[in-house]
Design a binder for this molecule. Structure first.
Ligand SMILES: C[S@@+](CC[C@H](N)C(=O)[O-])C[C@H]1O[C@@H](n2cnc3c(N)ncnc32)[C@H](O)[C@@H]1O
Length: 251
């Protein structure tokens, strides 16, 4: 039996922020560009719009990203399932489809049962060993392909990045963003695992985005004092590495 996962507070502004609605470039890049990237990948890999595809959104939150993707794909018919560990998020999910409270580490779905799986910014809320289980589950339930987008640590010096960034989540002056139990893996740590397990994948893109502090400032309505403290604590590590993979089914 697995331990119950912590339920993370995603902040009070996810409706706009997870869609990239902000004047901040960091938020536009971290959240606002995903829907068109995912939609273009789907169009290029699923050209037949006459048939229905099964679609699974893992860690869907309230469906903010998926609703934007669907708006860009009006010609498609999807049979949709959304999952999340957070029951409140699942019950408030705006997507028309099956809604399941489930841990991505053990999805109540058959092998190769889903044509298209999407998962954005879920891994870092889990420990590295749990992240590996999640990647294995993604590959197991996928029949066609999965698009996974990850917000991770510095690819060149993950340890130093994690040491500095980790401090923001235990600071008493930043109580809104306190968390434990997650792990900011690098893209390479995830790829090493996929290589070891013979999970086929393609790295679609990886980019360093400046302004890791900005989503926290806006999602959790930090005060000006808290915002400058956060930026000061992050210093030269005020960035994340966004990586997008296509992951293929388990052989
Ligand atoms: C930052 S939000 C991202 C939401 C959405 N995927 C997006 O990109 O807009 C992370 C979501 O992943 C969920 N989550 C984290 N770990 C999970 C797990 N092991 N299984 C299922 N959901 C998980 C959280 O509850 C949260 O709703």
């Amino acid at each position: 039996m697995q331990n119950q996962k912590p339920i993370y507070d995603m902040g009070n502004a996810t409706a706009g922020i997870f869609k990239g609605n902000s004047i901040s470039n960091a938020i536009k890049e971290i959240y606002g560009e995903s829907a068109s990237l995912f939609a273009n990948l789907i169009k290029s890999k699923l050209p037949d719009t006459a048939r229905e595809y099964t679609l699974l959104d893992i860690g869907s939150s309230k469906g903010e990203l998926l609703s934007d993707i669907l708006a860009l794909l009006p010609e498609y018919n999807f049979d949709i399932t959304v999952t999340d560990t957070n029951p409140d998020a699942v019950s408030q999910n705006c997507i028309n489809g099956k809604k399941i409270v489930a841990d991505a580490e053990s999805l109540p779905l058959d092998d190769k049962s889903i044509d298209l799986v999407i998962m954005r910014y879920v891994l870092q809320f889990n420990l590295l060993e749990n992240q590996k289980n999640i990647i294995r589950e993604v590959s197991r339930v996928t029949k066609g392909f999965a698009i996974v987008q990850h917000g991770g640590s510095d690819s060149f010096d993950a340890e130093s990045w994690r040491e500095k960034v980790g401090k923001i989540f235990i600071d008493d002056e930043l109580p809104q963003i306190k968390r434990n139990g997650g792990f900011w893996s690098s893209a390479e740590e995830i790829e090493n695992y996929m290589d070891c397990e013979n999970i086929r994948y393609e790295r679609v893109l990886s980019k360093k985005i400046q302004g890791l502090s900005q989503p926290f400032i806006e999602r959790y309505s930090l005060s000006n004092e808290q915002a400058s403290k956060l930026r000061g604590m992050l210093g030269d590590k005020d960035f994340l590495t966004q990586t997008t993979w296509i992951i293929y089914p388990t052989e």
